[in-house]
Design a protein around this ligand. Structure first.
Ligand code: 13P
Ligand code: SF4
Length: 361
């Protein structure tokens, strides 16, 4: 047999993904007076359109605060999906990246789902084109296909299960206990971490996150030497050597909870720096330090911020509410039922294990 698909496809895609990350344009910054005007206009439009904000932790803290003030949600990708599905609003305004908007639409096809910028990608999603991934699955028909939520609607429709970093350990352990072998995509780092923790038989697609891939184990070791008292919190999309240095590995919500539960007063955090807004609220007295990246990265120079999450701002949020038709997330109706099945399987499992709240009402 030649080189397995899993070793060639993402490598071939890398230059394209890097170009797209560099081309991601954040909205033009606005001054304080303009911010106030935009915030008031957005609040009025949310009421007028019967709309609710569903915001990821990595997005601009002004949008996170707006969600908090208007009855919306700031959360991780699993909880965003559950919240959007359960909320009665007619319009979901998803501030994050495209797979989050698509998941909301798949779970609630009857609702209007809009995003400030429909061009907000995710390198994991981009690294896993449906044609190549489907061929990879076809080569291994005996395996259960488990995909990360950071994928297109078509890839979710090809999968048996969708998972997020909040529930991947539990779901893969559950599948392993049933004797199932797994085909995993697209994040190689999260896949390897889950494989190591569960001992499951997993074939891994070779995608990665342009942000988390940049964390440097060598620089982290130097930083730890300067702060021997600090605990290290790491998102599992990070490279193995960084994960190996962690005191806690978890999803964004799990890292915020770990910060609150920790006895340490200094925390080094390896995930997108957008998380610091909510983490600071959770632990106002603690010192929070960003884990170091390797230097000049694809997304920016020595920083850890997703170029696509940064595309969400007040100006394009208001534009989306003023002209929903040109900001509306659409998913091929033919794909929706199958994609909904694998997402709903994840939500039902997560609710049964108390990993995510039960829907209200
Ligand atoms: P969470 O599900 O932990 O919020 O992660 C989503 C993500 O895109 C991390 O990069
Ligand atoms: Fe995707 Fe990484 Fe951005 Fe998360 S931080 S949305 S995994 S590119």
């Amino acid at each position: 047999m030649g080189t397995p698909r899993s070793e060639i496809v993402p490598v071939a895609l890398e230059p394209k993904i890097q170009r797209m990350a560099l081309a991601a344009n954040p909205p033009t910054p606005v001054d304080a007076a303009e911010q106030r005007q935009l915030i008031e206009a957005i609040k009025a439009k949310l009421v007028e359109r019967d709309a609710v904000l569903v915001v990821h932790y990595y997005v601009d803290e002004l949008l996170q605060s707006l969600a908090d003030q208007t009855g919306g949600r700031v959360s991780d990708s699993l909880d965003m999906a559950a919240f959007g599905q359960a909320h009665p609003a007619r319009t979901l305004v998803v501030c994050g990246v495209r797979f989050m908007g698509e998941t909301a639409k798949i779970l609630s096809p009857e609702k209007t789902v809009i995003m400030p910028d429909l061009g907000a990608e995710c390198s994991l999603d981009l690294s896993c084109p449906i044609e190549e991934f489907s061929a990879f699955c076809d080569e291994h028909p005996e395996r259960t296909v488990v995909v990360y939520a950071n994928t297109s609607a078509a890839v979710k429709a090809r999968a048996d299960w969708v998972v997020t970093s909040s529930n991947a350990l539990e779901i893969v352990s559950h599948l392993k206990a049933q004797g199932e072998k797994i085909l995993w995509g697209p994040d190689k780092h999260l896949g390897r971490y889950i494989q190591r923790k569960t001992g499951a038989d997993m074939l891994l697609w070779q995608g990665s996150c342009v942000v988390h891939d940049e964390f440097s184990a060598n620089k982290l070791a130097e930083l730890k030497a300067q702060h021997p008292e600090a605990e290290v919190l790491v998102h599992p999309e990070s490279p193995e050597a960084v994960v190996n240095m962690a005191d806690v590995v978890g999803s964004t919500t799990q890292l915020i909870k770990a910060a609150a539960a920790s006895e340490a007063n200094t925390l080094i955090v390896a995930t997108d720096r957008g998380i610091f807004h909510k983490m600071r609220e959770a632990v106002p007295g603690k010192t929070l330090i960003e884990a170091p990246t390797g230097g000049r990265s694809v997304s920016c120079v020595a920083c850890a911020h997703c170029p696509w999450m940064a595309m969400n701002g007040l100006t394009n949020l208001l534009a989306a509410l003023e002209d929903p038709a040109s900001h509306e997330v659409s998913v091929d109706p033919k794909i929706i039922p199958k994609a909904a099945q694998s997402i709903q399987r994840m939500l039902d499992f997560s609710r049964s294990r108390g990993i995510v709240g039960k829907p209200s009402g």
